[in-house]
Write a protein that binds this ligand. Structure first.
Ligand SMILES: Cc1ncc(COP(=O)(O)O)c(C=O)c1O
Length: 395
């Protein structure tokens, strides 16, 4: 027996590359935001999470450069020991103010924020309730919470949540963890119903606002603001890698919970701190989101327009609602790859998504939009989608 045997047998990626329809790891050689250079092509990008287009805002770029000049390129260590900057503390206090919480804690990625927070907070005998479609980083946290009772409920199905929570012992400590916006389906958690169940069964609520921050709500605070339920959410997690145009993530909530996680979470203690540039970027983008609501407003207009247009062209966009994530369901993996390739050849990059990111036979092309897409970009995208889909008999 050889531990490498499974690697030698893994040929699927190679076969797809040879067939010319491999949609992953395509190198970018230039990036202007809505238009990118990829593999020798100039394409309109509708596969990025740069929802507010802030990665190229000159004020943001300048903030990153200035921080690099002042603090260097790396923190060279963990937050716990030598790696905490005054910038980290400033950002934590800005995040907790933005969300009107007692405290916040930043991590080096969104994935680590979920992994570290959940695995630390949930103990043996505690109960976790998760949506089947929750993000992989929530699963990573849940699976690292050793000894906890894990219950999955059907996607965004609050009857299913109530059914599983009712089976748990009354006196067990419970937490419901959900994405605010589901990253592949593009739908929003039914938070009003979820909160009712949480109150009835005395469960805490943990919300991942990775795709809600900057996107939903009048002030861009996400799905809890969208529902007017911010006061009913115990913990809010999000990432810097989407609307905030950087790299990193955070958890915000009660001071005691944040202090506890800060002193016990392995991914925080044993990994290097977010870089000065990444941190200064978020201080600036958060300021822009707070002072210039027009970016979020434009994104919301684009999201409605594209959803309506895709629907009227006859695409199956599933249950996606009010978000810039619009999935185009194809079903079959090969056909999805082929559709992706033809889109690419015609000048559009979108994401091909297959199992396990979505259930088997629900392969899709994930489109996601930015406030910096011009009307002309959007018209071109629709024309190319219609042309390719007709050629392949998808619409
Ligand atoms: C819902 C959700 N949570 C967490 C993450 C992880 O964030 P990051 O990319 O910052 O690690 C993502 C990223 O794709 C996400 O979609």
């Amino acid at each position: 027996m050889d531990i490498f045997e499974k690697c030698y047998k893994f040929t699927r990626a190679k076969e797809t590359i040879e067939a010319g329809i491999y949609p992953y790891f395509v190198p970018l050689s230039g990036n202007d935001g809505p238009v990118v250079q990829m593999d020798g092509h100039e394409v309109i990008m509708v596969g990025s999470n740069n929802y507010l287009g802030l990665t190229h805002d000159p004020r943001v770029v300048e903030a990153a450069i200035e921080a690099t000049r002042k603090y260097g390129t790396s923190c060279s260590g963990s937050r716990f020991l030598n790696g905490t900057l005054d910038l980290h503390i400033e950002l934590e206090s800005r995040i907790s103010e933005f969300y009107n919480r007692e405290a916040a804690l930043i991590f080096s990625t969104g994935y680590m924020s979920n992994l570290g927070s959940i695995a630390t907070l949930v103990d043996r005998n505690d109960c976790i309730l998760i949506d089947k479609s929750d993000h992989a980083s929530i699963y990573a946290g849940v699976l690292s919470a050793s000894g906890a009772r894990i219950k999955r409920y059907l996607h965004n199905d609050m009857k299913s949540l109530e059914k599983v929570i009712a089976e748990l012992p009354d006196d067990s400590a419970k937490i419901i963890i959900s994405d605010g916006v589901f990253s592949m389906e593009g739908d929003i958690v039914k938070l009003d119903e979820l909160v009712k169940v949480a109150k009835k069964y005395h469960a805490r609520v943990y919300l991942d606002e990775a795709h809600g921050l900057g996107v939903l709500g009048e002030h861009g605070r996400g799905s809890a603001e969208y529902f007017g339920l911010e006061a009913d959410i115990d913990l809010i997690m999000s990432t810097f890698s989407k609307s905030l145009a950087s790299l990193g993530g955070f958890l915000t909530g009660p001071q005691a919970v944040i202090d506890y996680i800060k002193h016990k979470a392995s991914p925080l203690i044993f990994s290097a701190a977010p870089t000065p540039a990444a941190t200064a970027t978020v201080i600036k983008t958060l300021e822009i989101i707070q002072n210039e609501p027009e970016h979020t407003q434009r994104l919301q207009v684009i999201s409605q327009k594209m959803r309506k247009e895709f629907k009227s062209l006859g695409f199956n966009i599933g249950v996606s609602k009010d978000t810039p994530i619009i999935p185009i369901y194809i079903g079959d993996d090969e056909k999805t790859f082929l559709f992706w390739r033809r889109l690419f050849d015609n000048g559009v990059f979108a994401n091909a998504v297959i199992s396990p990111a979505v259930p088997p036979d629900e392969a899709l092309i994930r489109t996601s939009f930015m406030s910096t897409h011009s009307d002309d970009h959007l018209e071109k995208v629709l024309t190319i989608f219609e042309k390719v889909a007709k050629e392949l008999g998808i619409i």
